[in-house]
Design a protein around this ligand. Structure first.
Ligand code: PHE
Ligand code: FE
Length: 292
């Protein structure tokens, strides 16, 4: 089966992390572009209640830790009591930034993901974690995808960045450079921090949807925090099963957008010939560079 084409063949394309458990979405019901129906009527009262508890726990700790753009936009998700209907959310989002949210059964191949972003369609997993996964879920679920990602899509600059990222992804897959671009996504869209006049704040979805990492990323003395630097990010590995060892800090969404505007083709070529950094590396240069 050819997963690189990014066309749904009816089965889960990827497994996440080291677990043997297969992804739980129903890929057989999804369209060729991996989008599917949300099937909102299928959520049980217990699932809506789990969403409410996740939402309330995160909402209670946003002040002083999440960036203002996120806090201002989180209300667009609607009432916290139940899992939002994607179609109603899409109407509001489209009015704001011409984006929409579309349901997917779970993780999808890179090319399918990039194609949706390039079309200003944000894929949101339609299922919610189990109650046992209240504190930690290894695959993204509807709570991570909605609460973590959708509010900033209401911000015009960030919304344009996400579309540019999708277009850049389609190009990166032609250049076999997806690994470098995935690191950019990880260290910005998922785990980015932003320096604001009021102090350090989180804007990355992986942080904003995490009960523990939100405070850890902003206030703990343990992780390294480095100023945003495109090539450093492309060369830095990341962990998917623990709090990040390094966070990259932007000054503004405009800075992020401007820094990613240049043609990445020569940057990929340069980075491909350079050593990588481990996630917890504090050095400014790799040993092979300094000794060479
Ligand atoms: N400028 C990048 C390229 O040429 C595209 C891109 C834009 C990537 C924004 C990420 C974010 O590939
Ligand atoms: Fe995510």
């Amino acid at each position: 089966m050819d997963f690189h084409s990014g066309v749904n063949q009816g089965v889960a394309p990827v497994t996440y992390g080291q677990g043997e458990r297969p992804p739980r979405g129903d890929y057989a019901q999804a369209r060729s572009d991996y989008t599917c129906e949300q099937q909102w009527q299928r959520y049980t009262a217990a699932e809506h209640d789990l969403y409410r508890r996740l939402y309330e726990r995160q909402a209670a700790q946003l002040n002083g830790l999440a960036c203002e753009e996120f806090i201002a936009a989180v209300k667009h998700l609607g009432a916290p009591e139940r899992i939002p209907r994607f179609d109603a959310l899409s109407e509001a989002l489209h009015r704001a930034t011409r984006w929409e949210v579309v349901a997917v059964p779970g993780l999808i191949p890179e090319e399918a993901f990039f194609a949706l972003l390039a079309a200003r369609r944000f894929p949101v997993t339609n299922w919610i974690r189990t109650p046992e996964e209240f504190d930690y879920v290894v695959e993204p679920d509807v709570f991570h995808d909605l609460f973590g990602h959708v509010p900033l899509l209401f911000n015009p600059v960030f919304a344009d960045y996400m579309q540019a990222y999708g277009e850049g992804g389609l190009k990166a897959s032609r250049l076999a450079a997806c690994e470098y671009l995935a690191r950019l996504y990880w260290y910005t869209v998922e785990f980015g921090l932003i320096a604001t006049p009021a102090g350090l704040r989180a804007y990355g979805a992986g942080i904003l949807s995490s009960a523990g990492e939100l405070r850890h990323s902003v206030t703990s003395a343990l992780p390294r925090r480095r100023p945003f630097e495109l090539e450093r990010i492309m060369r830095t590995r990341y962990k998917i099963d623990d709090y990040q060892a390094t966070y990259f800090v932007i000054d503004s969404f405009e800075q992020l957008f401007d820094a990613t505007r240049p043609d990445f083709a020569p940057i990929y070529a340069r980075v491909a010939g350079m050593p990588e950094f481990e996630a917890d590396d504090s050095r400014d240069q790799t040993a092979s560079n300094t000794s060479g």
